[in-house]
Write a protein that binds this ligand. Structure first.
Ligand SMILES: [Cu+2]
Length: 107
């Protein structure tokens, strides 16, 4: 029993350390696969980014995200992401994305 607790504690620690390097930003104005490609094309080519993916989160509200991890030593700033999203891809950068916690069910 004690052993199990210890192991899951270690797992939680390593997951947290990995998650810290992950970045997720909200992009407004995204509604389809074309938008996903547009955002990925501009953001994912930036220096220091890996595992880069864009998603449409809410088609109706035109909310999307772009998520990636930063390579060690990457000097990329939020302003660089904003520039790629707004000036290059043509969408609205809306800061760090916070996933809705505990989705409420309608029924
Ligand atoms: Cu679109």
């Amino acid at each position: 029993m004690k052993k199990t607790v210890l192991i899951s504690g270690l797992l939680a620690l390593s997951t947290a350390a990995f998650a810290a390097e992950k970045k997720s930003y909200q992009v407004n104005g995204m509604h389809c696969g074309g938008c996903v490609k547009n955002v990925e094309r501009e953001v994912c080519k930036l220096e220091g980014i890996e595992n880069c993916k864009a998603h449409v989160v809410n088609e109706k509200k035109e909310i999307g995200t772009v998520s990636f991890s930063l390579k060690p030593g990457a000097t990329l700033t939020e302003a660089d992401i904003k520039n790629a999203v707004e000036e290059k891809a043509g969408y609205k950068f809306a800061g760090e994305y916070k996933a809705p916690v505990g989705k409420k069910k309608k029924n």
